[in-house]
Design a protein around this ligand. Structure first.
Ligand code: PA5
Length: 465
């Protein structure tokens, strides 16, 4: 079960004005949501929301599970080459759904499953040190790119391919690669065709940050023994729950509408996601990309720049880092806590030092209990000081619940796109930086960007220390 409690977003009789959404505003938002839901349904009909079909796409899931079954036992390490939406999902799934410290466990503790590394960058230090310590003969490289041409991923691929060929020879190198990309378009697909390298499909109508339930996330998950059928089942259940235009019954709609109203009527432009679970730490990073890249852009109707700023936090850790800011900094944030009912394991705090007040009250409680009480305490404290917050509660961190949470936040992103009047599926704002990069690297088709780059003012030595 997954629930969303948004009581602390809604004004109570004694709530100071401007610190929570008035009940009347929430009631009035019902029609607005029905319109946003109708927009989602239109887009789905137009075929651009392919992520909604993923829970029921058994054929696509089988591409990953069959491949994982075929190679089972062959590899000690799986390395995902990719960035952004091609990397954050696999990282989040590994952290959430495999035992803590997965890559450090011995093979028995991993149930014979391989380690999973996800590059998500082109930092030479990280990549060189990983490649140096891998047994290349027992490593599988999953090259993931929807567009099939992202500079960082292609550079990772070229480096890895060079190393593999040197270590294993050209034919064996191909056996160490599997590509995940668009079924038709892009350089990666062309490479797969011409070099006969195994390739899995990302449906054309599923974009990077919505692709975790395609082979982008499902293949790495299956390779390391995650129950992907449960992941998809949880997502399917949530899709069903979010299939109506009645706001009160639609968790994704409530999440999107509460954040939207808090931003546009209360000035809460920053949306913090704060799981009280180490397993969900990287899930928050996945959400940050989804929310930021989908919603921060120019409004379709008038070009005004809009969009909430997401922040990832971790309870209880960030009570000692960011919560001071959330409590007493600018009143520009909402906090969404994620609470997990099942503590996962029972660690009792021993009763010791009964005469020392700083220790005595802790004895006899459990660590999981402490974690959850701290979450409740901080949610209450924020509410008491006019800081709106809500809580998503999962029964436990397992594949089913993570699948449900993924789907809820993906659908919420589409609703938020309709409310903000932006296209949540594109990312035009990253283009200029890409073009300047191509220009500096000498890419042949970047002449216009090269000209614009050369026209930019040079750094002024007066403004450098
Ligand atoms: O969400 C997105 O579309 C992006 O963040 C992409 O995932 C990222 O740029 C990588 O793109 P690609 O998968 O095409 O290599």
């Amino acid at each position: 079960m997954l629930t969303l409690d948004f009581s602390n977003m809604i004004a109570r009789p004694n709530t100071a004005a401007g610190t929570a959404i008035p009940e009347s505003a929430w009631a009035a938002a019902g029609q607005r949501f029905t319109d946003a839901d109708a927009a989602l349904r239109r887009e789905y009909k137009d075929g651009v929301l392919g992520f909604l079909d993923l829970p029921g796409d058994a054929k696509l899931a089988a591409q990953s599970t069959q491949f994982a079954a075929e190679v089972r036992g062959r590899f000690t390490d799986v390395v995902v080459l990719g960035i952004g939406g091609s990397a954050l999902g696999p990282i989040a799934l590994r952290t959430a759904l495999r035992p803590s410290g997965w890559n450090m466990l011995d093979p028995n503790a991993r149930g014979g499953n391989p380690r999973l590394h996800v590059l998500d960058n082109v930092d030479p230090v990280t990549i060189a040190s990983l490649l140096d310590r891998l047994d290349l003969a027992r490593s599988l490289f999953v090259v993931t790119s929807k567009s099939g041409g992202t500079a960082e991923t292609m550079a990772q691929y070229l480096v890895v391919r060079g190393r593999l060929e040197k270590a294993l020879g050209s034919e064996q190198a191909k056996q160490a690669l599997v590509l995940v990309t668009d079924p038709e378009k892009g350089a990666l697909r062309a490479i797969a065709r011409s070099e006969k390298i195994r390739v899995l499909d990302i449906p054309p109508n599923v974009g990077g940050r919505f692709s975790v339930l395609t082979p982008v996330g499902i293949l790495p998950a299956a390779l390391i023994g995650i129950d992907v059928s449960q992941l998809l089942a949880g997502a399917g259940d949530m899709r069903q729950r979010c299939s109506g235009g009645e706001l009160a019954k639609n968790p994704a709609g409530v999440f999107a509408m509460a954040q939207y109203l808090a931003d546009t009527t209360l000035g809460r432009h920053i949306d913090v996601l704060m799981p009280y679970s180490d397993a969900l730490r990287d899930f928050a990073a996945w959400f940050v990309q989804l929310w930021a890249e989908s919603l921060g852009k120019a409004r379709k109707s008038d070009g005004v720049h809009v969009g909430p700023t997401p922040i990832a936090a971790l309870g209880a850790t960030d009570q000692h880092a960011q919560v001071q800011l959330f409590m007493e900094g600018p009143a520009d944030k909402t906090v969404t806590f994620i609470s997990v009912k099942d503590e996962g394991t029972n660690v009792e705090i021993p009763s010791r030092g009964k005469e020392i007040p700083e220790l005595a009250y802790l004895g006899g409680h459990r660590l999981g209990e402490l974690l959850d009480i701290e979450r409740r305490a901080n949610a209450g404290a924020l509410a008491a000081r006019g800081r709106p917050n809500m809580t998503i509660t999962l029964d436990r961190v397992d594949a089913w619940h993570v699948g449900a949470l993924i789907m809820m936040l993906e659908i919420a992103t589409i609703y938020a796109g309709a409310l903000y009047d932006v296209n949540p599926l594109d990312q035009p704002g990253v283009e200029l930086g890409k073009q300047f990069t191509y220009a500096m690297l000498g890419r042949a088709d970047a002449e216009r960007a090269r000209q614009e780059w050369n026209m930019l003012p040079q750094a002024d030595p007066r403004w450098s220390v």
